[in-house]
Design a protein around this ligand. Structure first.
Ligand code: PGA
Length: 252
């Protein structure tokens, strides 16, 4: 399975000019990589950046939980699809922190699939406890997001495990998960999917790790996390560093 590296720009940069610059430089950096690269830019920049042919896939950072209608400020799955978006991040912890519940995440996942977008479903605990309750927390997030999704569709889904304590821009003093921390959770998520859908379907879902991924820890994460790719926030706005992360991301 090819690795998937997703740039989550969040609400950055400030202008379309800056966005174009960063995008062009990333395009140059990732030219000869072995990974599939997605840039999830803010809504107002996506259509402009998506112009012209290139190997970077277009992502969005969110999608509406409704197909169309009176939902001021939202963007629907069909709108995103029509401007060339192929992946959408759903249930990012920064959106959950602003009130997005598991019910919304499930609706967004269903609509993304219906309109031919690949959902990148974010899960992850706020903190870890000695007794391992965080496994149950992540399991519930997954079971809820996949409610109503059939086994035949899950190959189009991606899960991003992003422990909130490891996200550089959300948590002051965040530290990345170790490759072992991530590995344990990647195995656990695979097991949850296997319980839900059986081994053959479950093995087709890419599981990413996200949280302070940088050019410093990427080698150890690729070697030891067992993840099929990475969701990168802060470092994805630094083209050279993002380029190094992408180049290091191939199946060893
Ligand atoms: P980070 O963000 O790489 O800056 O920790 C990751 C994310 O929130 O997707």
């Amino acid at each position: 399975m090819e690795m998937l590296v997703v740039a989550n720009w969040k609400m950055n940069p400030r202008t379309i000019e800056e966005a174009r610059q960063i995008y062009t430089e990333i395009k140059r950096q990732v030219q000869k990589s072995n990974a599939e690269v997605v840039i999830a830019a803010p809504y107002p920049f996506i259509a402009e950046l998506a112009k012209g042919k290139n190997s970077i896939a277009n992502g969005a950072q969110d999608v509406s939980s409704e197909p169309m209608g009176p939902y001021t400020g939202e963007a629907s799955a069909s709108m995103l699809k029509s401007i060339g978006v192929s992946y959408v991040i759903v249930g990012h912890s920064e959106r959950r922190a602003r009130g997005e519940s598991d019910v919304f995440v499930a609706k967004k996942t269903g609509l993304a699939l219906k309109f031919g977008l690949q959902p990148i479903i974010c899960v992850g605990e706020r903190e870890r406890d000695q007794s391992g309750k965080y496994f149950g927390f992540v399991e519930n997030q997954i079971r809820s997001a996949f409610q109503g999704i059939s086994g035949g569709k899950i190959a189009s889904c991606v899960i991003a495990y992003e422990p909130i304590w490891a996200i550089s821009t959300s948590t002051p003093g965040a530290r990345p998960a170790t490759a072992d921390d991530a590995h344990e959770m990647v195995l656990f998520i695979r097991k949850v999917l296997t319980d839900l859908y059986g081994r053959s379907h479950a093995s087709k879902v890419r599981i990413l790790y996200g949280g302070s991924v940088s050019d410093k820890n990427i080698e150890s994460l690729v070697a030891g996390s067992g993840a099929q790719g990475f969701l990168v926030g802060g470092a994805s706005l630094r083209p050279r560093e993002f380029g190094s992360i992408v180049k290091a991301s191939y199946v060893r």
